[in-house]
Design a protein around this ligand. Structure first.
Ligand code: IMP
Length: 454
């Protein structure tokens, strides 16, 4: 499926545990697409866009918001805290960017209500006592999706525009919820009248943007506009295909696009998998290549690996090709965007995990479906020579030190997916791009001359 300009509908998804730097590629690729669509997650995601040194931190708004020619859609598969969305709208408008007529929010998307974050926090406290905390962002994501699936206690964005319905609905369910909170040990007094008037006020503020985005997106496809799907969170946090239960509560892999937008799978033309040059994870859950040592600390310091949403220090480790092969397969990645490569300058040796040794001594090359088994896995590493030079000013792949080019080549050949982008810094200009020829995956490598700058 391609637009008039021949640009296929593209998905940008993280292939690790999030924070791969997807926002930058959405920003870069938005220039080639007409519509940018968020299909999953909520304010648990965080992206910082840097343009000419200026930073904008967003959680809900699609990352392409700075591009005035792009239409922006938050589709049905998301969960939205309307107060956060309104704040982001105001932040964007304060920069003189108009959203009128180009920003749309699905009436089918679900509302994150104040008790969702309280229930999220209470569940985490309970799990934490047993040493099993998921380490959620406490943004109420899990409880909001649970209500969506449970049906009777949910509020959708469209409901914010229907006062009589919302009043009656809250009146029925709020007492149950407050009781539930009390049982969970939280006596927070949520005043229902205040909540109702807040929700109605926020609904009014959002009214110009609320629409049936399923029809809107089908219209855009029929008009041959090109769509860019922006994944939030990442493949290994996908509720079905990630390291369950240490996952988020939505389909955060490329597989979430159809249910999260109402578009059939055939609408998707290509998938760009975003991969950090090393691994990070926030919160709990198995992480075979985690480095709880000076190397891990150095990666954290150089990569500024602290959460955009929670500020938590991220767990850091070497790249995990077993997990990545699986994630690239599940997402159907056509090409890769390698990010934060500059962070790896100055290491004598860089390691790549190519297999997992289980407690029984067996070496796995397939990512296991069971977090308990994954927790027991010991990584099998291939060592690669490092490079001393800083590379953040490199303009093309051929400028990169030889050992660095060879590291990229190793990633590509292990994963069997061609590298399309390489990022060596947060700015849009610190991005190299390779023009991929159809079926070039086989002999693809990052040899000088095969790349150009984006
Ligand atoms: P939740 O999405 O807040 O329920 O958190 C579930 C798990 O997913 C936790 O381990 C979070 O740290 C992780 N998580 C959710 N969103 C992101 C993200 O955008 N980047 C990194 N980790 C995330």
């Amino acid at each position: 499926m391609a637009s008039q300009s021949g640009v296929p509908n593209t998905a940008i998804v993280g292939l690790q545990w999030g924070d791969e730097g997807k926002g930058k590629f959405v920003d870069v690729l938005a220039a080639e697409h007409d519509v940018v669509v968020r299909f999953n997650g909520g304010a648990n995601a965080g992206h910082t866009i840097v343009v000419e040194g200026e930073k904008l931190a967003l959680h809900l708004m699609p990352s392409a918001v700075l591009n005035p020619d792009c239409e922006l859609v938050i589709a049905n598969g998301t969960v939205i805290d309307p107060s956060i969305l309104v704040k982001e709208i105001e932040l964007v408008e304060a920069r003189g960017l108009s959203l009128e007529g180009r920003f749309h929010v699905s009436s089918r998307a679900h509302v994150v209500l104040p008790w969702h974050s309280l229930l999220d926090g209470a569940a985490e406290a309970r799990l934490s006592n047993r040493g099993e905390a998921i380490g959620t962002t406490k943004r109420g994501i899990g409880p909001a999706y649970a209500d969506k699936i449970g049906r009777s206690m949910a509020v959708r964005i469209g409901d914010l525009l229907d006062e009589p319905y919302l009043k009656a609905h809250l009146g029925k369910m709020a007492p149950l919820r407050l009781e539930e909170l009390k049982v969970a040990g939280n006596d927070s007094a949520i005043d229902i009248d205040t909540l109702l008037s807040d929700l109605l006020r926020l609904g009014e503020r959002l009214r110009p943007y609320i629409t049936d985005t399923t029809w809107l997106l089908h219209d855009r496809v029929n008009e041959n506009r090109s769509l860019l799907f922006e994944g939030a969170n990442a493949c290994l946090l996908d509720v079905d295909h990630g390291t369950y239960p240490y996952v988020t509560s939505s389909n955060a892999s490329a597989l979430g696009i159809s249910p999260g937008t109402g578009l059939p799978a055939k609408s998707l033309g290509r998938v760009v998998g975003v991969v950090k040059a090393y691994s990070t994870r926030v919160g709990g859950g198995p992480f075979p290549t985690e480095l709880d040592d000076a190397i891990g600390n150095r990666i954290r310091d150089r990569g500024h690996e602290y959460g955009t949403t929670t500020g938590r220090p991220r767990r850091c480790g070497w790249i995990d090709l077993v997990a990545l092969r699986y994630a690239a397969m599940v997402c159907g990645a056509d090409s890769l965007a390698i990010t934060l490569l500059d962070v790896l300058s100055g290491f004598d040796v860089i390691k790549l995990c190519t297999g997992y040794r289980t407690a029984s001594g067996e070496v796995l090359d397939r990512f296991p479906p069971d977090a308990r088994l994954l927790k027991e896995c010991i990584p099998v590493y291939e060592s690669h020579p490092g490079w001393a030079e800083e590379i953040d000013q490199c303009q093309s792949i051929s400028d990169l030190p030889e050992a660095c080019q060879s590291y990229l080549h190793s990633l590509e050949s292990h994963l069997g997916v061609p590298i399309e982008f390489v990022s060596v810094g947060p700015d849009r200009r610190q991005t190299m791009r390779r023009t991929l020829q159809p079926n070039s995956g086989e002999d693809s490598c990052c040899h000088p001359g095969s790349l150009e700058n984006a």
